[in-house]
Design a protein around this ligand. Structure first.
Ligand code: GLV
Ligand code: MN
Ligand code: MN
Length: 402
């Protein structure tokens, strides 16, 4: 097969804007192009592609029915104007690791699969890791089908339009029973490896995190003629909620982000009648996240009362803490094989974290010199990408050949 660079380039223009960021939202043409790319790459390696009932794509090296498979991969969708590495690095490196193993003459004793999970970022329908949550049964299929994007298109409708039957969504124990373990390689989304001077690390722990929708309902009116005292301006408690989130995050040692607002009617000279604001909250401990969200809710409620605005809060998703155990079960001895790389905690969610709830899962991180992610500034140097591929190939060899 070709070089890692050629493989990387073969997908690098899909869904990329002129400004350099990616817009690969689930089930849009860019995502479908990514999925076609995945199928082509698998086909060119003689790997049999089997889409599962939840829209995830599995490319098998060996017979899936043999069981105890060693699976690797990640996702190809992106956040709005995301970087090129979050997700794709794991999928491209997975194919490159298969190539590397074949060039070493490795003959796995267990099936190996490369997987592309659908809708990891949740950028379009609001819930992250949809494919892995559905497969593991932590997302209710009815709830998933009913998710809607901002244009009102349901996830069921978007999947059906892409040729995937939404009636089949749901837990997939038969497929997951065939998986012995999962390893996801991912670009690091911070500066841990930069600071340690290491190209590759292992994941230790994922912070518990969730997403909450705050809905502020006031009354539209004229910006020039409505006395301040007569307004029910939905923007004001929304703004208070944003500032409270930040202040409480600082106080509690958490991360809180409001990166998405939908304002109605969204006119410069009209008072906002409705604002929807999404709070992303994370912390080392679940109790901290819960306390933060409760206190943000209380502050938003007070601000709502002050301005005659109704406030409603809905939890859209919740992900408990994940403790990867990179030196237990099938991974016992792996750290030594990899030269004892650093073990790093992360505040970012991953399909590996969802799968860790039902089967042994691990993650490899590749150094990101900018430390920036969910932005076009996200980066990995070619030499570090190759170090990642070698580490992943060593990992797959260790897991699949013993
Ligand atoms: C996934 O990238 C997340 O939001 O943590
Ligand atoms: Mn991401
Ligand atoms: Mn990711």
């Amino acid at each position: 097969m070709g070089s890692f660079e050629d493989l990387w380039r073969s997908q690098a223009d899909i869904g990329r804007s002129d400004a350099g960021g990616y817009r690969r939202f689930a089930w849009t043409p860019a995502d479908l192009e990514c999925r076609a790319w995945f199928t082509d790459q698998a086909g060119s390696r003689g790997l049999a592609v089997e889409p599962d009932r939840n829209g995830n794509l599995w490319a098998w090296w060996g017979d899936p029915r043999a069981g105890d498979a060693v699976v690797t991969g990640s996702h190809l969708d992106s956040v709005p104007d995301g970087g090129g590495y979050d997700g794709p690095l794991g999928v491209v490196s997975a194919f490159a690791a298969v190539d590397e193993l074949r060039s070493r003459g490795t003959v796995p004793r267990r099936p190996v699969a490369v997987v592309c999970f659908s809708d990891e970022e949740g950028a379009r329908f609001g819930v992250s890791c949809v494919g892995s949550r559905l497969a593991t049964g932590v997302l209710d299929p009815d709830q998933a089908r009913a998710l809607r994007d901002l244009d009102g298109t349901s996830l069921a409708g978007a999947m059906a339009a892409a040729g995937v039957d939404p009636d089949r969504l749901g837990p997939d124990p038969r497929l997951l029973d065939r998986v012995g373990c999962f390893v996801e390689l991912h670009v690091e989304q911070g500066r841990g490896l930069v600071n340690l001077g290491a190209p590759v690390g292992l994941a230790g722990r994922i912070w518990p995190h969730g997403r909450w929708r705050f809905e502020f309902t006031g009354r539209a009116d004229h910006a020039g003629t409505t006395r301040l005292a007569d307004r029910q301006d939905a923007m004001l408690p929304a703004a208070a909620m944003v500032l409270a989130s930040r202040a409480l995050a600082a106080e509690l040692g958490a991360h809180a982000t409001v990166g998405r607002l939908v304002v109605e009617p969204n006119g410069t000279n009209a008072i906002a009648s409705r604002v929807r604001a999404w709070l992303d909250a994370r912390a080392p401990e679940e109790s901290t996240v819960r306390r933060l969200v409760e206190r943000v809710g209380t502050e938003a409620g007070w601000a709502g009362s002050e301005h005659g605005v109704a406030v409603r809060t809905t939890e859209e998703s919740w992900t408990p803490v994940v403790e990867f155990a990179p030196d237990t079960g099938p991974f016992t001895g792996l750290a030594e094989v990899l030269g004892d790389p650093p073990i790093l905690p992360t505040g970012a969610g991953h399909d590996a974290g969802i799968l860790a709830g039902v089967l042994p899962a691990a993650m490899l991180f590749v150094r990101n010199p900018t430390g920036v992610s969910h932005s076009p500034a996200e980066h990995a140097e070619p030499a570090d990408c190759l170090a990642g591929v070698r580490a992943l190939a060593d990992t797959l060899e260790y897991l699949a050949c013993r």
